[in-house]
Design a protein around this ligand. Structure first.
Ligand code: HCS
Length: 397
């Protein structure tokens, strides 16, 4: 890869970080190394690689040349020392949390989390005695008060899936660090183009690369970025032994995806703004949650922390039945979980992405109303997305 110290532009980096200059045939794109293992030139070298005394490939559960290019690219884009790729976003989250905690430790979380992250924390609590709490991070006094001597990790989504609440990363990082904890941020909704949590005090950033990074709805993958020492340890212990690794084909597709990340994110943001404006004025829509709102109460924070407001919108219609009618009536938007791809996707958190969260926690602690609908605004023409929602909303009696 080229010397990136001289390159400032995110757009340039996202295209040139995956530059395979050492490749023998001079291919423009990264070669796809579909191999499980690597032949050692002799027994001594094999032993030295296992002992960590010599660099070099061993086995694709530990490292793979195509996947390594993606890991370096993601580190570059997030402004991190290193990156590590996983078989899914949950693979990344599990490996990072398991590496950071032990029985009896405590994890303090934002008051909204992706349903399966909540499920993972519940499993860690029930089987391994790891405690966790959700706290409203709009109020730093509450965050401070919720810290315990055993708190080792503060885990934040911002904007939160699906409520789109925004958390002040630097303020939370300061509290976490003062209490001896590390801050882990799920940056899936934003991508490094819109938000770089490490620049706001985070220690580790995790992603579901399935979403905007891949960008085309054709793969499942995850990434973590942070300090090299932590990720090296993770590569040779937790990741290696849990085995949640990314396949080379997925890495190759994500490398292709991130070349257009900045363009796609710009358009997702523009489209979402127009769709949110439409929803705000629609008589059947009772609430709209969108970080790009002109009169958003956290406008200053959003401007400081995020380059754009993203492509995700949550909204409510009057009744649960109305929400069901809406989701069953869309024609252009597709009724599916996942997000961050060219196609507009609509889904119902209470019965889908967050169904695993007990109803009282979901409603009272996370603030996910039963009628909340989540929209991942795609790259279609905004008028077509709006027209589709308009005809579907008109079906609500
Ligand atoms: N993390 C994805 C998959 C849902 S099951 C989402 O849509 O939030």
């Amino acid at each position: 890869a080229r010397e990136f110290q001289e390159i400032q532009g995110f757009e340039t980096k996202s295209i040139h970080t995956a530059d395979p200059r050492s490749e023998v045939f001079g291919s423009l794109t990264v070669p796809l190394y579909m191999t499980s293992t690597y032949v050692f030139p002799n027994a001594e070298t094999g032993g030295a690689r296992f002992a960590g005394e010599e660099p070099g490939m061993i086995y694709s559960r530990i490292a793979n040349p195509t996947v390594e290019v993606l890991e370096k690219a993601m580190a570059e884009l997030e402004g991190a020392e290193a990156g590590l790729a996983f078989g899914s976003g949950m693979g990344a989250i599990s490996a990072v949390l398991i590496a950071m905690i032990k029985s009896g430790d405590h994890i303090l979380c934002s008051d909204g989390l992706y349903g399966c992250t909540y499920g993972l924390l519940t499993m860690l609590k029930e089987k391994f005695g790891v405690q966790f709490d959700l706290v409203d991070m709009a109020d730093m006094e509450r965050v401070r008060a919720a810290m315990r001597p055993e708190t080792k990790v503060v885990y934040v989504e911002t904007p939160i899936n699906p409520t789109l609440k925004v958390v002040d990363l630097q303020a939370v990082a300061d509290i976490a660090h003062a209490g001896g904890a590390q801050l882990v941020v799920d940056n899936t909704f934003m991508t490094p183009y819109l938000q770089q949590p490490l620049q706001h005090g985070a220690d580790v950033v995790v992603h579901s690369a399935t979403k905007y990074l891949g960008g085309h709805g054709d793969l499942i993958a995850g990434v973590a970025v942070g300090r090299k020492a932590f990720l090296d340890e993770l590569r040779f212990s937790t990741l290696k032994d849990i085995g949640a690794v990314m396949a080379p084909m997925e890495a190759w597709l994500i490398l292709r995806g991130i070349k257009t990340l900045s363009l796609r994110m710009e358009r997702h943001c523009e489209n979402a703004k127009k769709v949110a404006e439409f929803l705000h004025q629609h008589p059947k829509v009772t609430n709209v949650y969108f970080p790009g709102d002109e009169n958003h109460p956290q406008k200053d924070l959003i401007a400081r922390q995020m380059r754009g407001s993203g492509g995700m919108i949550a909204f409510e219609v009057e009744t649960l039945e109305g929400g069901r009618t809406l989701m069953n009536s869309v024609r252009l938007a597709q009724l599916a979980v996942s997000l961050g791809e060219a196609t507009t996707l609509i889904q119902h958190p209470a019965s889908m992405t967050h169904a695993v969260v007990p109803a009282d926690v979901r409603r009272d602690e996370m603030g996910i109303a039963d009628g909340l609908v989540r929209l991942s605004v795609g790259l279609e023409h905004p008028q077509d997305i709006i027209a589709d929602l308009e005809q579907a909303l008109a079906k609500i009696s």
